[in-house]
Design a protein around this ligand. Structure first.
Ligand code: FPP
Ligand code: MG
Length: 453
């Protein structure tokens, strides 16, 4: 596997096994004995973080804060509602996204806006808005002046003449007569950060439109999937259209670093999807279990899920002019939360029914995918190797693999790994000044573990 930029340390938890504590970071991957790797991964983790000062002190007590936060949330204290903290922004999210997606072509207009009709979870925009509010209280970096200027430059103002762009949008705010006064945001969330939240949902939705074609999905968010409703061609083109409009909105944030981050997310999503076409790096017919399979899976998971969450958290902090340690903390929070989120997703695919999920359950094995529950089961059940190698294609493979996973501790190990990442996410933001938004971010990590769909 080649070293990849942007994929930071991905580690299995202390609570699993010592041998699984290897780094999955492709930047830092070394051929080493497990113990050496453990030392390396400890040394390399958060290399960009300050090593002394109040920041380091705060990080060192993070463990206690994490367990207190989780204890509070699980002992029935009044839990924080993350949605309430950014309710005003979230209220206008879908409407604003639809305004970005208007097309003069009626079928494209309908297909592009299709997934905005059903009630999505909007996890990514919610995290971006909470991160924007939480980092507004953090120390500012030298680029603060610039970010304030960018925020006031106008996120709807084109850079090129409109006559050149030739991109008519009948739904855009500029083509309506009245200014949208209601959707003005709280002063601690900048217009650029609100737009970033919308962009994350556009990129995510574009990836779902494409993913549903690749996965031959029949349902999404409790309704027929777009590929079923409009056919594969229109679903793919609608996804492309979303990416185009997301890119325009991104350019109008007028922040090159943020553009680089989010454009890389799009490339990461595709790379993650390509990695997912194989279950192991070598794609052998009869693979034997090794840590490399978990490493490969975690790398794929970073690219497919955690990249968008982590890089958009980082972008939110940058747009708000936060200082470098806060920008790093925002990224670390998003990366660990994203990994926890996908692990729980992969676990629910085994434990919940299709009706409960609002999309087909047990889809991963049907699609030939060996996710965390199966990878953990495989370690103690070598017979799973042949099934992994042939992507569960033979009759009875899916049922046999499922039965073996359910007999194993694969589900419990997946949950433990998700818990470890969620704890790391909470620890990463412990140096942030206390605020409702910070509590909201902590609660998002707790909710990620508790979610049932
Ligand atoms: C859902 O996975 C899919 C993703 C998180 C990313 C899919 C990425 C692509 C199709 C690459 C193209 C990307 C863009 C931006 C156009 P899942 O199948 O595990 O989840 P599901 O059960 O909700 O379908
Ligand atoms: Mg899918």
């Amino acid at each position: 596997m080649q070293p990849r930029a942007g994929a930071s340390m991905l580690r299995a938890p202390r609570t699993i096994t010592r041998s699984l504590q290897a780094s999955a970071c492709l930047e830092c991957q070394r051929v080493a004995t497990p113990n050496v790797r453990i030392r390396q991964s400890r040394a390399l983790y958060h290399t960009t973080r300050r090593k002394s000062s109040a920041w380091a002190a705060a990080v060192s007590v993070a463990g206690n804060i994490v367990s207190n936060a989780i204890t509070r949330a699980t002992k029935g204290d009044m839990p924080v509602d993350p949605l309430r903290i950014v309710a005003k922004e979230m209220k206008f999210l879908t409407g604003n996204i639809r305004k970005l997606l208007g097309s003069g072509h009626p079928s494209l207009d309908r297909a592009a806006k299709y997934y905005t009709q059903a009630e999505g979870k909007h996890v990514r925009p919610l995290i971006v808005l909470l991160m924007s509010r939480a980092t507004s209280l953090c120390p500012k970096g030298p680029q603060r002046q610039q970010s304030t200027l960018q925020a006031s430059a106008g996120i709807d103002t084109s850079l090129s003449p409109l006559s050149i762009l030739s991109d008519f949008n009948p739904s855009s705010s500029s083509s309506t007569t009245k200014p949208d006064l209601e959707s003005t945001t709280e002063p601690d969330i900048l217009p650029t950060q609100r737009r970033l939240a919308e962009i994350t949902e556009l990129i995510h939705t574009a990836s779902l439109l494409h993913d549903d074609v690749i996965d031959h999905s029949v349902s999404r968010r409790g309704a027929p999937s777009a590929n079923l409703e409009f056919g594969n061609k229109m679903a793919v083109l609608a996804g492309d259209f979303l990416l185009g409009r997301a890119s325009v909105a991104l350019a109008r944030l007028r922040n090159a670093e943020v553009i680089e981050l989010l454009a890389t997310v799009i490339a990461n999503l595709v790379e993650g999807e390509f990695m997912q076409l194989k279950n192991t790096a070598r794609d052998e017919a009869n693979p034997v279990w090794s840590e490399d399979a978990l490493t490969y899976y975690l790398q794929k998971t970073y690219l497919k899920t955690a990249s968008l969450i982590s890089k958009s958290c980082r972008a939110a902090a940058l747009l708000g002019g936060a200082d470098a340690p806060s920008v790093e903390a925002a990224y670390a929070y998003g990366k660990n939360l994203g990994l926890a989120f996908q692990l729980v997703d992969d676990m629910l695919d085994y434990t919940r029914s299709g009706r409960e999920l609002g999309k087909p359950a047990g889809a991963d094995l049907e699609l030939g995918l060996a996710t965390a529950p199966l990878l953990f089961a495989w370690k103690t059940m070598p017979e799973l190797g042949a099934l992994v190698g042939r992507k569960f294609e033979r009759e009875g493979d899916v049922e046999r693999a499922r039965a073996l996973v359910m007999q194993s501790d694969g589900i419990a190990q997946t949950r433990a790994l998700a818990e470890d990442y969620a704890e790391k996410a909470i620890a990463a933001i412990s140096p942030f000044p206390d605020s409702e938004a910070k509590d909201g971010l902590i609660e998002m990590a707790v909710k990620t573990l508790k979610r049932q769909k």
